[in-house]
Design a protein around this ligand. Structure first.
Ligand code: LMR
Length: 353
């Protein structure tokens, strides 16, 4: 008797399961009870923020700082989800991901905008902004404002610039001290006509590769070297595949902080204000801390790795500056003349590194 009851219960359960899953009926028709906490979560605005750098770099840490500042300033109404290390989008597709609304924010290196917006090439001109103050003046002043204006033709809104550091050369062939030492080498580069012209001027062949493919290409010797900030060299372990690094400080690598424009326009004025303030605080923080983060990574490289680190002397620096002059002739043509005038003004105001 008992076993008949058990079998009947199984059959009934089977029929009910078939009905519910077969017709996709809701399992319960009684109203779902929400508590206050759940209501809060479903109302939250989510910002998906994708970037390609590691967590322990100026950009990785700035993204965390920004996320916390946004949460605090919006009373947890807006939540920033960070996807670092190119976890969901790489250099080549993060712009599309942003403008198509697959993510709400990205912060690409400024060079990565220079193929779409020619004026952005200005920021990669070698030795154009030779000190940290010069870089800040470019970002905060006329240059930054004009560049951000260019973005208004797109579905990306520029919130500002974040800082990383000056680029250095690494390679696994020989120390690079003179411009001629770059001849015949093959380097990984970010995209952008200025960067291409810079390596052309040094007779170095190049391949544009995404940041997160650089290590593998160094490992298989497809490329001899690359240029990057110390924090990127350290965090991505390029030193494991590179014997030499030159502190050349030849150009600055910073970031454009971008938000999807349609998403932005749908935000309340209160949230827009809070995010703008959070970004301002983050910018101040990363400007002050990026120098220390890069310095601490160079100390780590010296202490814990075998990479040979050479610093250019003043005499050598002057040779590099001369070697880069064709880059200006080539690139100036595609940059607005008012921007070039501003570059020359800043260059004259700040002494060489
Ligand atoms: C690179 O591609 O080398 C850098 O843009 C990576 C980054 O975002 O710092």
């Amino acid at each position: 008797m008992k076993s008949i009851a058990v079998i009947a219960a199984f059959i009934l359960l089977g029929i009910l399961t078939a009905i519910f899953s077969g017709y996709n009926l809701p399992v319960s028709t009684s109203p779902i009870v929400h508590d206050d906490e759940q209501d809060g979560i479903s109302d939250r605005v989510i910002i998906r923020f994708s970037h390609v750098a590691a967590e322990n770099t100026p950009k990785g840490m700035a993204a965390r700082y920004f996320a916390e500042a946004v949460e605090t300033k919006t009373n947890h109404d807006v939540h920033v989800e960070i996807y670092s290390n190119g976890e969901i989008y790489q250099d080549q597709n993060e712009w599309e991901a942003l403008t198509n609304g697959k993510v709400e924010m990205i912060a690409p290196a400024t060079a990565k905008l220079s193929t779409r917006f020619p004026n952005w090439q200005v920021l990669d001109l070698p030795y154009a902004f030779p000190t940290y103050q010069a870089v800040q003046e470019a970002y905060d002043g006329k240059i930054g404002k004009e560049l951000m204006k260019d973005l208004t033709q797109s579905n990306a809104k520029g919130l500002g610039f974040w800082y990383n550091g000056f680029k250095q050369f690494t390679n696994d062939t020989h120390p690079i001290l003179q411009p001629e030492d770059m001849e015949q080498l093959h380097f990984r580069t970010m995209p952008g006509p200025t960067i291409k012209a810079q390596f052309d001027a040094l007779n170095t062949s190049t391949s544009q590769l995404s940041f997160n493919k650089t290590y593998r290409n160094l490992e298989v010797d497809f490329i001899d070297g690359q240029e990057n900030t110390v924090s990127n060299i350290y965090s991505k372990k390029f030193y494991q595949e590179q014997k030499y690094m030159t502190i050349s400080n030849h150009a600055y690598l910073g970031y454009a902080v971008l938000v999807n424009e349609q998403f932005w326009n749908k935000l309340s004025k209160t949230h827009q204000k809070a995010i703008t303030e959070a970004n301002k605080e983050t910018t101040d923080w990363v400007r002050r801390h990026s120098i220390e983060i890069n310095d601490s990574h160079i100390r780590q490289l010296k202490r814990t790795t075998d990479i040979q680190i050479d610093t250019l002397t003043n005499n050598q620096y002057q040779k590099w500056e001369k070697a880069f002059s064709p880059v200006y002739f080539q690139v100036e043509k595609s940059i607005s003349s008012s921007l070039m005038k501003e570059v020359h003004r800043i260059q004259e105001n700040y002494s060489s590194p």
